[in-house]
Design a protein around this ligand. Structure first.
Ligand SMILES: NC(=O)c1ccc[n+]([C@@H]2O[C@H](COP(=O)([O-])OP(=O)(O)OC[C@H]3O[C@@H](n4cnc5c(N)ncnc54)[C@H](OP(=O)(O)O)[C@@H]3O)[C@@H](O)[C@H]2O)c1
Length: 340
């Protein structure tokens, strides 16, 4: 069978995913017997394309690289993203539009529409999962399709899959993590002598921080990810408002220097234990597994009954890195549907 993929949201992650699909087409065929067409891309201001026989992927990538849009594509359509999901023959919809932690839109409407049409969904969008996880899983089940979201936490570093499958059989009693790359980058740069504002500007210059960096520095991005981990891995009934969230905006250069004098670091740590989730800057000694997590690297420690503490570290962002999460989820859907 040939799988048909639609990509909704054509920014960093949408383009990163398309690039991997283009570069690895032959390997995916030989290694996984996975053959596919990309039948639609919905890109908002970048334009949208739809061709149920498959678009030319290489040409689409060249166009967006050269022009910044796909408006001049031969398969360009004026439909909005919901209509594109409805009109496409896609059996897998990749949802990678911006995260809105208050409403979950536009992602939540995309995901509901796709699942109701019996299309599998892969998303990297944190809003819909943090807000509507239970409803969406039920909807997927009712429609006999899969919903996967590995990329919502630690991008392609397999945190969610690692906990659910890799640690199956363990009780996970606590999850701790450095879940936000921008703040970890800023704290690292402050250890090297930069002032907070200089470090923030450097993070923005390198594309880590948004133009509006409040979600990062005030801790909300980490809080949303903590909610996803709490719900999905620990089965807790928790919402973003329940997370006690403190960011790094009040951390001074003196705090950083004091921690270093005590042979440690200040890190923004997410902790999920029992009914509680907390995001706060914490002193981490040099012997702690998080002491060497620098710059934009992320890490999670799972405290378990059978293994004690298990820590994974890796990238928490990036177009190709997050595209990898999408690819993993697609391959997992293919694997699971074959077993049915
Ligand atoms: N980048 C990462 O490293 C990373 C890692 C993990 C998770 N994520 C999550 O993955 C998602 C995508 O991230 P990103 O970095 O790719 O963001 P991005 O570069 O801002 O791309 C999002 C794209 O979605 C488009 N869009 C907005 N509304 C839309 C709609 N109604 N229909 C179709 N497209 C729409 C935007 O178009 P316009 O620009 O024209 O509005 C934009 O091109 C976000 O939810 C993010 O939180 C990202």
């Amino acid at each position: 069978v040939k799988w048909k993929i639609a990509i909704i949201g054509f920014g960093n992650v949408g383009q990163g995913t398309l690039e991997i699909l283009n570069n690895k087409k032959d390997i995916f065929h030989s290694r996984y017997n996975f053959d596919f067409d990309v039948v639609a891309i919905a890109g908002h201001s970048k334009g949208s394309v739809l061709n149920n026989d498959g678009i030319n992927i290489e040409e689409t990538l060249n166009l967006v690289r050269k022009m910044g849009t796909i408006i001049e594509h031969k398969d360009h359509v004026d439909f909005d993203s919901i209509e594109i999901i409805r009109n496409s023959d896609a059996n897998i919809v990749v949802e990678c539009t911006p995260t809105d932690i208050k409403t979950g839109e536009p992602g939540i409407s995309h995901i509901r529409t796709a699942l109701k049409l019996n299309k599998h969904v892969v998303t990297t969008n944190k809003g819909p999962i943090a807000l509507y996880f239970d409803e969406l899983m039920q909807l997927a089940k009712n429609n006999n399709v899969e919903l996967k979201f590995e990329g919502t936490v630690l991008s392609g570093t397999p945190a969610i899959n690692f906990a659910i499958n890799g640690l199956a059989g363990c009780n996970i009693t606590e999850i701790e993590g450095i879940l936000n790359g921008t703040t970890n980058f800023i704290l690292t740069k402050m250890e090297q002598g930069m002032k907070y504002i200089e470090a923030l500007q450097e993070a923005q210059r390198l594309g880590y921080a948004e133009a509006d960096p409040r979600a990062d520095v005030e801790g909300w991005d980490a809080a949303v990810k903590a909610v996803i981990l709490a719900k999905v891995i620990m089965g807790l009934d928790i919402s973003i408002d329940d997370v006690k969230t403190t960011g790094i905006t009040n951390i001074s250069e003196d705090d950083i220097q004091d921690a270093m004098k005590k042979n440690g670091h200040i890190k923004l740590i997410a902790s999920v234990k029992g009914p509680e989730a907390i995001i706060a800057p914490r002193y981490i000694s040099n012997s702690h597994p998080f002491a060497n997590i620098m710059y934009d690297t992320n890490a999670i420690t799972f405290h378990t009954d059978h293994l004690g503490s298990v820590t994974i570290m890796g990238p928490g962002a990036g177009a190709i890195g997050t595209g990898q999460a999408v690819i993993r989820d697609i391959l997992s859907i293919i694997n699971e549907t074959r077993k049915r």
